[in-house]
Design a protein around this ligand. Structure first.
Ligand SMILES: Cc1cc2nc3c(=O)[nH]c(=O)nc-3n(C[C@H](O)[C@H](O)[C@H](O)COP(=O)(O)OP(=O)(O)OC[C@H]3O[C@@H](n4cnc5c(N)ncnc54)[C@H](O)[C@@H]3O)c2cc1C
Length: 509
């Protein structure tokens, strides 16, 4: 079948806009990308610090790669250009007062033994691992097919019991079904509130757990890109331009007219008008709705829950970080480390919600990504060692620079696990307010919207008739949306973009 080439405008050059443009251009269409910033990447970009007069790059937004599908990694052309690596070392989990960390072994029987030994877990760990794997494979098949989910599909593929446990149910029901130890439950509940204050009692909150393991680029694990994760968006921008995508930077789209499919934007030459055949919004849903001026869409997106409560602390060290506790394995310096401040689900929930009532910071958990050590494993020696700490819970109020006491507290929590804290030369705290201001994330939420019921699974769309076309924007047949607020979720993955384009392409013929 011949494909007639259509003009397509993609608004936003974050990972989703870039993946959408890549698939559309390779399918024979002419894509123009319009990006407000002066560089591609959105929330997947670098920044640099100057320490002792030496420049060191670091990841300003995202740090780790994991949720990307392997086929996106291959088909976009990224796999030919970049090197990635995931530590073979099990993740390490630390609860308050715990003498030695719990190692999260990939093998189910090793994991069950470790859980039992460290946390007194007597549940069915093997069943949990097997069932999660089935659910993940079901989700991945849907991603590949570009088939947005329905509960009926889940029931058909998994059966009523698994679908209600893993998709429609609450995380608490899921955790209580398989586990006995509060620490096991708290550790797994970490995924539920990763982007915002979502309760483990929320319907559909169980679904967030397999979703966060549904990447395939590292088989469900997380790792790093040589040079930094921003190489992904930077390189995809280059690949796209080589494919013929027309990339316009430093141009803010001000208005989109759905009636005659026009985009009004502004660049250094002034006001410009584009008349594409189709428009793909790769922005957050609120911005997309506002650009159309459609009152129904604006009302819908304004009514959504969008609060984010995650923060990030970047740290640089003059000498390689020496961890006080770990293992004797050579890769121990690259292991992901999770430090929990609470060890019961009740306290975990309290810390998740405390910041809604105005507190600046309530410690929940701290995920430490050993970026510098991982770069060294990939043969890249940088002037400074670096850690990225993604943590909970911060209120939406002040910027990181206005909270030196919080920055010092988070730093102290991490440095107490490090034998050479005196080598820490630099740090920078980002709060949800920084995320809102730097990346334009509404409410500072890294998913663009919260993963609460009504905004999860099949509800993560903005279409007037999602059964007809899930990624359509409102009632407008000539518009699609594929940012992080759409199914499945935010991350440096591009899955919403791939699924959106897969759905769209047959309709463009
Ligand atoms: C601190 C932090 C840590 C994170 N950690 C990780 C991590 O470790 N791993 C991971 O996978 N994910 C992580 N994430 C999430 C991940 O970075 C995002 O989900 C993802 O990058 C979002 O991609 P996107 O393309 O959907 O949207 P965005 O990156 O938000 O891109 C949208 C683009 O649209 C542009 N735009 C918006 N409005 C307009 C307009 N009117 N005109 C023109 N352009 C416009 C914006 O400038 C932006 O470039 C993190 C995010 C943050 C902030």
């Amino acid at each position: 079948m011949t494909v007639s080439s259509l003009q397509i405008a993609v608004i936003g050059a974050g990972i989703n806009g870039l993946v959408a443009a890549n698939y559309l251009q390779r399918a024979g269409h002419q894509v123009t990308m319009l990006e407000r910033s002066d560089r591609v990447g959105g929330a997947c970009v670098s920044e640099f610090a100057t320490i002792d007069g030496i420049r060191q790059d670091y990841a300003l937004g995202a740090s780790t790669l994991g949720l990307m599908q392997d086929f996106v990694w291959q088909e976009t052309g990224l796999s030919d250009r970049l090197e990635i690596w995931a530590t073979p070392h099990p993740d390490l989990v630390f609860f308050p007062g715990q003498k030695q960390p719990t190692q999260l072994y990939a093998d189910a029987s090793d994991l069950a033994r470790e859980y039992a030994e460290k946390w007194g877990e007597h549940g069915d760990v093997a069943a949990y691992v097997t069932d999660e794997d089935r659910v993940v494979r079901f989700l991945q098949a849907g991603y590949r097919a570009g088939r947005p989910p329905t509960v009926d599909d889940a029931v058909a593929a998994l059966g009523v019991d698994l679908a209600s446990l893993w998709i429609t149910g609450s995380a608490r029901q899921l955790l209580d079904h398989y586990f006995t130890s509060e620490r096991t439950k708290v550790h797994i509940a970490m995924d539920v509130s990763e982007s915002g204050p979502v309760s483990v009692d929320e319907p559909y909150s169980a679904f967030i757990i397999p979703m966060m393991s549904s990447g395939s680029v590292f088989g469900g694990s997380y790792g790093f890109v040589k040079g930094g994760i921003w190489q992904i968006t930077r390189e995809l921008g280059r690949i796209n331009q080589q494919l013929g995508v027309n990339l316009e930077l430093s141009c803010a789209v001000h208005e989109v007219d759905p009636g005659n499919c026009t985009v009004r934007y502004e660049n250094s030459d002034g006001d410009r008008l584009l008349r594409p055949d189709h428009i793909v919004f790769a922005t957050d849903p609120q911005s997309a709705a506002r650009l159309t001026g459609d009152t129904k869409l604006i009302g819908h997106t304004d009514g959504q829950k969008i609060l984010g409560t995650s923060g990030k602390l970047n740290l640089m060290f003059r000498k390689p970080v020496q961890w006080k506790k770990g293992t004797d394995k050579p890769e121990a310096d690259t292991a992901f480390r999770y430090f929990f401040a609470t060890d019961t689900l009740a306290d975990f929930e309290r810390s998740t919600f405390a910041v809604i009532d105005g507190e600046d910071f309530t410690p929940g958990y701290f995920q430490v990504y050993c970026e510098g050590a991982s770069m060294r494993r990939m043969g890249l020696d940088e002037p400074f060692d670096r850690l990225a700490v993604f943590f909970k819970n911060l209120g939406l109020g002040a910027q990181g620079a206005e909270l030196p006491a919080v920055e010092a507290e988070v730093k102290e929590i991490i440095l107490r696990h490090i034998a050479n804290p005196e080598d820490c030369a630099w740090s920078r705290l980002l709060t949800p307010t920084d995320l809102q201001q730097t990346f334009g994330f509404p409410g500072g939420n890294i998913e663009h919207t919260m993963l609460v019921a009504g905004q999860c699974y099949f509800d993560r769309n903005y279409a007037s008739d999602p059964q007809q076309r899930f990624y359509q924007l409102g009632e407008f047949e000539n518009m699609s949306i594929c940012g992080s607020g759409t199914y499945p979720c935010g991350s440096v993955a591009g899955t919403p973009a791939y699924m959106c384009v897969k759905e769209l392409l047959p309709r463009l013929r």
